[in-house]
Design a protein around this ligand. Sequence first.
Ligand code: MIC
Ligand code: SF4
Length: 643
Amino acid sequence: MGKTIAQKIIEAHLISGDMTPGSEIALKIDQTLTQDATGTMAYLEFETMGIPRVKTERSVAYVDHNTLQSGFENADDHRYLQTVAKKHGVWFSRPGNGICHQVHLERFGKPGKTLIGSDSHTPTGGGIGMLAFGAGGLDVAVAMGGGAYYINMPKMFKVNLTGTLRPFVTAKDISLELLRILSVKGGVGAIIEWGGEGILNLSVPERATITNMGTELGATTSIFPSDEVTRAFLAAEGRDEDFTPLSSDPDAVYDRVIDIDLSALRPMIACPHSPDNVVPVASLKGTKVDQVCIGSCTNSSLYDMLKVAALLKGRTISPSVSLSISPGSKQVLSMLADCGALSDILASGARVLECACGPCIGMGFSPNSAGVSLRTFNRNFEGRSGTRDAKVYLVSPETAVAAALTGEITDPMTLGEMPKVTMPERFKIDDSAVLAPAPEEEAASVEVLRGPNIKEFPKSKPFTDSLSAQLVLKVGDNITTDHIMPAGAKILPYRSNIPYLSKFCFEVCDPTFPSRAKEAGNGIVVGGSNYGQGSSREHAALVPMYLGIRCVLAKSFARIHVANLINAGILPLTFSNPEDYEKLNQGDALRLSGIESGMAAGVFTLVDKTNGAEIPVQCSLTERQKAILMAGGLLNYTKENGK
Ligand code: MIC
Ligand code: SF4
């Protein structure tokens, strides 16, 4: 039987396990990346493991999230990251050098390699034919130390593209169309391979827009073949030697095949507050817009920015719109400057922000009260922009410019002719903002600088055989990690200070949660389906653990979050009968007994002592995951097992 691209890469990196969908496999990881908001915790965990030097082929630490230095905290964290990277063999991409996924694609990504990153959009690397996964910081720390990365063997989906995109219809619209078809749960448990003749006209950055947005489908990852388009991109980056061709076998078997005709596609828009709330742009024509933001790891490549500049050239934005533009990397920004496109952008009235995540994670540029913001980003979760009642829509750069010019939602196809954009043959290569690690023989003398913002790592409690706990919070479906542990300019600088962060846990759902959880001592959270979708932030597990949450019972979980719960020593349970969700009420006293035997059998009975209900619940864990939980989390387990 033929193999898919992902199956070939998995086979070449398989350490243990068999490749039957659903069963746990261990993979060798070639490259890792971290960003600063999750990276501080990941390196603190790495240091605890006591391994002097990373064992990967390439590990890179980026600073792109916490670049707003409104106090000492972020600057201290940057110094910590720079010095810890230097000491342990990690390359350091300085603040200002760009967004991790964009820079990694430009300078480090290699077809056929495995990559894990402490950021859920690490699958961006699939645009260059990498098998790239988002993971919790602790999983990345373990991989840096040479340990395997564990996932359940995914199913294989294929999206076949036929036809050609019309002017003003873009890679982003393809992603939004797939979200409309599949929803934010549609990719769960699957790797999505993109193919068909329609991909031949998509450049690597356009492919990366698509694999980036695969995260919003809940997919394990997404991947494109490595072909002549990939070769040309690597050549333009001066990295011809990093090219390897990669394709699936003609008789490869897929669990699901979806066909999209590019010629029939129109500009699409995701409405508040979910990336799958997708309709054609034309259907919202005339909606007044207050703010437009162009950038983020989804749409900040040179090609995106050149199109934006060409559309803005000689025009002025609407006086009622505030437009921000954040180029994805120093390479992109400096090429825009060299060719004059930056002047066209500035002349239009846009505000140019630094090459970083910025508004995407609420790091500045929050919309006005109840403002309508059109963004070329990948997430529009409630409150994420920093303005609680803002309405955020997700669009392509072309649709963003159309709204910035007219002041209302406008189908870009009505703008007239799409100006021709020519891409340079070679990109401008300047790696001066990437610092090499110290040579091994000098590493011991490198001092790691820690600021007062770094607080002790919280300790989880190992399980005993029974657990009495209060149901401290009951929430509904599709709870995101932005609900559990919000980000934004006010909170994000405290990612290495769990006690401080804990004050904001579940703030969007119920601001009384932190004090009630602490008071309860032992707590259980009950959720609906797809609990924990979105970001890879392990803080969404570490902070509840710090507040005494011992178990989360949900209808279903998102992949990275459930791994983070286990790593933090929190027991993830699912309902055997989803309708039992209705029997549980916030405040109820719950009891779980026979934990060890329940874990072994994979089933327990949860007793609601308040109303007498007996609820069958499941935990389908591997032997390794059970051992991690019984040890009180992955850090304890790794220390005990020496790996
Ligand atoms: C995000 O887009 O939500 C983030 C911020 O990049 C996160 C990581 C984080 O919370 O630091 C992600 O996607 O994993
Ligand atoms: Fe940064 Fe936004 Fe991308 Fe997350 S989604 S890595 S915050 S640009």
